[in-house]
Design a protein around this ligand. Structure first.
Ligand code: SF4
Ligand code: SF4
Ligand code: SF4
Length: 250
């Protein structure tokens, strides 16, 4: 797979989920940047009939794949919101809060994922005029892109926990990538420890909600008992206070 992680195959999280889905039976002609060469190679690999590749909006190059594109930021219009950094699956954009951002052109795959989040619409796509890569260069590029995507997932996971900067894409299915990263030596290993941290965070959120509910119920019962004694409500109040104390002592 091209490893641009663009999601144009319909798999939001990129090439790995599409590969998994193909093994489970999905058609193998949906990788748009890969074009006909990738659709044919997959059909051969999976021993399936050759299908016409899904069409790209870009013209077809001499290697049978759609035109390679690059993103360019109109830097004087950039407001430094950092949204494009979080959106770029291969970390091809550099910049910092309230400072101008720029695309590292060599790393950009033209996946377009940085364009929709930009609030001032200052990212353009231009044709990549560089000579087409050889097979060896393409393999090397794909390897690099895969590594960068795993590093990106790892970083975005951390950010989603610590809430540093905007996160503009839906949460990635980290479990799948974590599993895969342990089988491949060449990609950064995605540690499940972050999932554990997230679980703690979600327990905390649940606890906060439970505490709020308990306090409301306690106040309501206390008011009612101030007006009229009621043994059943008194017992209920004591149970709620017990539960509240248990949570607060944890
Ligand atoms: S490069 Fe192809 S397989 Fe990978 S996400 Fe894009 S469309 Fe899907
Ligand atoms: S800079 Fe934009 S177009 Fe280029 S790889 Fe990153 S998200 Fe894709
Ligand atoms: S999303 Fe647009 S405005 Fe925000 S940092 Fe990126 S290029 Fe600049």
């Amino acid at each position: 797979m091209p490893q641009t992680q663009c999601g144009l195959c319909g798999h939001r999280d990129g090439c790995l989920p599409y590969a998994k889905s193909m093994i489970e039976g999905e058609a193998a002609n949906k990788c748009i940047p890969g074009g006909q060469p990738v659709a044919d190679a997959l059909a051969q690999l999976l021993n399936r009939p050759h299908l016409k590749a899904e069409q790209s909006i870009w013209p077809i190059q001499s290697d049978g794949r759609p035109q390679r594109m690059k993103a360019i930021i109109r830097e004087d219009e950039c407001i430094g919101c950092t949204k494009c950094i979080s959106a770029c699956p291969v970390d091809a954009i550099i910049g910092s809060g309230k400072l101008m951002h720029t695309v590292l052109t060599d790393l950009c795959t033209g996946c377009e994922l940085c364009i929709p989040p930009c609030p001032v619409d200052c990212i353009d796509l231009v044709e990549d005029r560089e000579p087409l890569p050889t097979i060896a260069e393409r393999n090397n590029e794909q390897q690099q892109l895969r590594q960068r995507y795993y590093a990106h997932i790892q970083r975005e996971e951390q950010r989603s926990i610590h809430r540093k900067g905007p996160i503009v894409r839906a949460e990635i299915d980290t479990d799948l990538f974590s599993q895969f990263s342990h089988w491949l030596e060449e990609v950064p290993s995605i540690a499940r420890v972050e999932q554990a941290v997230k679980t703690v965070a979600s327990v905390d959120a649940k606890t906060t909600i439970e505490l709020a509910k308990l306090r409301t119920q306690i106040k309501k019962l206390e008011k009612q008992l101030n007006i009229r004694a009621d043994q059943q409500k008194q017992t209920q109040l004591e149970q709620l206070q017990l539960r509240l104390n248990q949570i607060l002592e944890v």
